[in-house]
Design a binder for this molecule. Structure first.
Ligand code: C5P
Length: 332
């Protein structure tokens, strides 16, 4: 299927937010059925792969990947907390993706993976899944695999619920665990402010908290669930930020806020700063704010940065494409 040792490859892969995240009941496998609308934003991790022990790679982007045994290393500036939150052992999702791909094509995962992270760690923006998607695409290129996107998407879905979307990018409707994707018509760009926190939330803990809240709430009437997805798809197609703002919804928000009550202040502060609406991204704690246009997003970000309700802010837009090779074989 392959074999020559290829040159180092770097892939750029976007963060995701959920414009709509409806969480169903727990399934027998412990997951929850979802109906979600993903959008990829222009916050990117870079995933570099090189054959282990192949010598020090050349090229600016890869200059800091050490020579060494197969494994994962973190490149670039990260806080101590972020470093602590990204495992560099076999539990790293990018490594698991490498192992899954190697198994699928019958070879050893004899690679070193470098992660340069800009997507918030444990932030609800699928940073770990992005790295897994990046590793799949980068290795398919490094190993010169004759695998189409569809085959990669299938392997992606086995690695994690959000990995397939990180490959796909754009805007997409996700069902099942979130891994079953249909593209959503979206010719318009939406402008966002992203509020990052100085701590993370664990995705399983947030899903567990939602289950707990729903059980408790049942005695006094059910916990409110977000509405149906169709109007959200219409608002996306229309490109009307004001329409979409009224429809942003996330069933996990109540659980994230229950675990991290300070998020209420963050959400209020973004709207006070002039955003059309704010919502917790995925399982949080990152909050995202939809703005009327790019200049408005810059103003909202500046005001929110001074409000003392988050670690830092980013201005972003979406949709953007999924994982892309930026160094190495450009045909992927
Ligand atoms: O698939 P992934 O590894 O990203 O999921 C992380 C955790 O989030 C799962 O172990 C599960 O606890 C929770 N989850 C869920 N239902 C989903 C997706 C994730 O309960 N559809």
């Amino acid at each position: 299927m392959l074999s020559a040792v290829g040159p180092p490859v770097t892939v750029r892969v976007p963060a995701k937010i959920n414009l709509h995240l409806a969480v169903g009941d727990t399934r027998p496998d412990g997951y929850h059925d979802l109906v979600t609308v993903f959008q990829a934003l222009n916050l990117f991790d870079e995933v570099s792969v090189v054959t282990a022990h192949a010598g020090r790679p050349t090229g600016e982007r890869l200059a800091t990947i050490g020579q060494g045994a197969p494994g994962v290393e973190l490149l670039g500036d990260l806080t101590d907390e972020e470093r602590d939150a990204v495992p560099v052992d076999s539990s790293n999702l990018a490594w698991q993706a490498a192992v899954a791909l190697a198994e699928a094509v019958g070879r050893e995962p004899d690679v070193r993976i470098g992660l340069r992270k800009a997507i918030p760690v444990a932030g609800g923006m699928a940073g770990g899944s992005a790295d897994a998607a990046g590793a799949l695409l980068a290795l398919a290129s490094l190993w010169r695999l004759d695998l189409g996107r569809e085959a990669l998407m299938e392997i992606a879905a086995t690695v994690g619920s959000d990995v397939a979307f990180a490959l796909h990018g754009g805007t997409a409707l996700g069902t099942g665990r979130g891994e079953s994707l249909v593209p959503v018509l979206s010719r318009h760009t939406f402008h966002w402010v992203v509020a990052l926190q100085d701590h993370g939330l664990s995705t399983p803990t947030v899903f567990g908290e939602l289950d707990r809240l729903r059980q408790g709430a049942d005695a006094e009437g059910p916990l409110r669930r977000i509405g149906s997805v169709e109007p959200v798809l219409e608002a996306i197609a229309s490109g009307e930020a004001r329409s979409l703002a009224l429809l942003l919804g996330n069933d996990l928000q109540a659980a994230a806020v229950s675990l991290d009550p300070g998020l209420r202040r963050t959400l209020r502060a973004g709207v006070s700063a002039g955003a059309l609406a704010g919502v917790v991204s995925g399982s949080g704690p990152t909050c995202v704010f939809l703005c009327t246009d790019g200049p408005s997003a810059v103003r909202v970000a500046a005001e929110l940065a001074g409000a003392g309700v988050c670690r830092t802010v980013r201005v972003a837009h979406g949709p953007v494409p999924g994982a892309r090779v930026i160094d190495g074989d450009p045909t992927r």
